[in-house]
Write a protein that binds this ligand. Sequence first.
Ligand code: HAM
Length: 418
Amino acid sequence: MVKGVKGMNDLFGQDAAKWIRMEEDIRRIISSSGYGEIRTPMVEELALFKRGVGETTDVVKKEMYDFHDKKGRHIALRPEGTAGTVRAFVEHGMGINFPSPLKCYYIGPFFRYERPQKGRYRQFHQLGIEVFGDDTAEMDGEMISIAYRIMTHFKLDVEVHINSIGCAQCRPAYHETIKEFFSEKKEELCSDCKERLETNPMRILDCKICKPKERWSETPVMINHLCDDCSTHFSRLQNALDIFHVAFVVDPFIVRGLDYYTKTAFEIVANTGGSQNAVAGGGRYDNLVRDLGGQPTPATGFAAGLERLFDLIPADFFHNQPLAVAYTLTADGVEQLVHFSKHISHHPVKVIVDYKPRKIKKALQRANRFGARWVFIIGEDEVKHETILVKDLEKGEQREYKQYEVMNIVQMLIKSSL
Ligand code: HAM
């Protein structure tokens, strides 16, 4: 037997139904704030991620799915959505051809070659939003508030952690400070952090092995070294979050695993105590559009991991959507059932049609296995009178309707019970 690829999941049955409803709710929340969908390819040139995400990041250094195509191009499965969205923004001149600020979102699969465990997969799904052409702290606040609204909509118990990681003005001096600090502790650092000391010393701050937050309370943190511009931006962000009613904590040890961030960085963590508890993360990236060949354009965004979000949604959140099943008890009724099926396929109601004639007892047993609330039946009498019998399994009642009026009835029944 050929098995699925490690770290990649199938989605079916009740979970698939719940997943669709989760996506629908997310799309509704985001689009009501004026965000439009963008779909970019699942593969991009590897060079995009090297330049966009950063060559020294774990995502690019250790976790890429990359390969050469038949013409020898070096291609990669996308590990995240920001680099591809920026590439599309620049390539299609969206900064010029669209009104600013441009607000977009995406939902889709992403790929990272990580060690699979609960909440960490090699194919996973993200919902992300990106805003181009706005440098205000208030836009960061809106972006974080949307992430937070999604979490609270699904009744998740989460904490929002925010930080500022400075800009090209103030970060270089801080890099020197922190490099000096950790150089003195070099022997106590893990092998990755010894390397980070040279390549990106700030990344030591959120190392899961070295845990400087717990070990060295005197660790210098960026928020104490911000330039005036970054400092004002950070306090305005906090003010905006207060107005948006987003409860947050300032966590100076958040640095994010991707290289493009400037100023605002944030993560939303679930209060579950589990190791894969980061549900969403993001921040501002004012230099990335320019670094990928576009006109300098400030930008901000976040992404949430949908598998992690899905697992945290309380079991009773999606009450079972009522379902109806339709049967005929006679070969003469098959054609009428096809007409019935044609009509219902144009309506947003959930009815499963089974064209094989069944005995009434078997039809009801099958409907029960589906967990159906209603059963529609076309028997011999119904064929003759062009009617359909509707049985309400929950109430134990039944009624005969004319076939031509049944679609309205189906809609009414299902909508009224939602
Ligand atoms: P990220 O923090 O790398 O940010 O990923 C965002 C979220 O994706 C994480 O918080 C987590 O929930 C989920 N995630 C990441 N890796 C996995 C995995 N292997 N399995 C399951 N879930 C995972 C970004 O990707 C940035 N592009 C976010 C962003 C958008 N920043 C600005 N704009």
